[in-house]
Design a protein around this ligand. Sequence first.
Ligand SMILES: Nc1nc2c(ncn2[C@@H]2O[C@H](COP(=O)(O)OP(=O)(O)OP(=O)(O)O)[C@@H](O)[C@H]2O)c(=O)[nH]1
Ligand SMILES: [Zn+2]
Length: 203
Amino acid sequence: MNIRYVASSKLPTPFGVFTMHGFEETATGKEHVALTMGDVGNGEAVLARAHSECLTGDALYSMRCDCGYQLEAALTAVAEAGRGVILYLRQEGRGIGLLNKIRAYNLQDQGADTVEANEQLGFGADMRDYSMCQPMLSHLGIDAIRLMTNNPRKVKALSDAGVDVVERVPLQVGRNPHNDAYLATKASKLGHMLSHQDDEPEG
Ligand SMILES: Nc1nc2c(ncn2[C@@H]2O[C@H](COP(=O)(O)OP(=O)(O)OP(=O)(O)O)[C@@H](O)[C@H]2O)c(=O)[nH]1
Ligand SMILES: [Zn+2]
């Protein structure tokens, strides 16, 4: 993918002061952001998160998913390490967009699971494309990452795109009664590596 670097600035947050880098997909005009902290271009593998936009979870405190909790945990982890990168990717609703995600939520309110809802709307379960990540990381001088994710498809997509994913770091936070079924479907239908940390211990 052709991606154009536009500008950088400071971004103070409750977690620490990041540097924000803005990028634009040349073909579509879609805008993406990278937040970095510390010296990410020194050749050592960088703690990283590739976070897909979820307006409802990231900005509106939705408990239907785990996105907001994961974003906060990733920002905290990078700040604690003093070094890392968050790619904030504008592919809302696993690539179907905000309004279609609301349509999908409406179907879920009537009993469909997250995958069935996408399919009833004529979409694949996951329409995301991660091909902007490698050029964004490359611009930042990063070629090896320790990726915070539970999603094996994301690890594969980044590796296939030429990013050296040296380690997968689990990012399991925010399970609650409103997203329990959603997370169970992610594990059973989308292959997410989620242990049942909230289950009663056996025996
Ligand atoms: N279509 C659709 N998209 C959703 C739904 N719930 C969350 N999303 C979107 O899913 C994306 C996040 O994907 P997830 O599968 O939760 O997480 P992931 O990023 O692939 O995996 P992790 O790295 O482990 O978090 C964001 O773009 C959300 O907007 C849903 O029910 N339907
Ligand atoms: Zn979400």
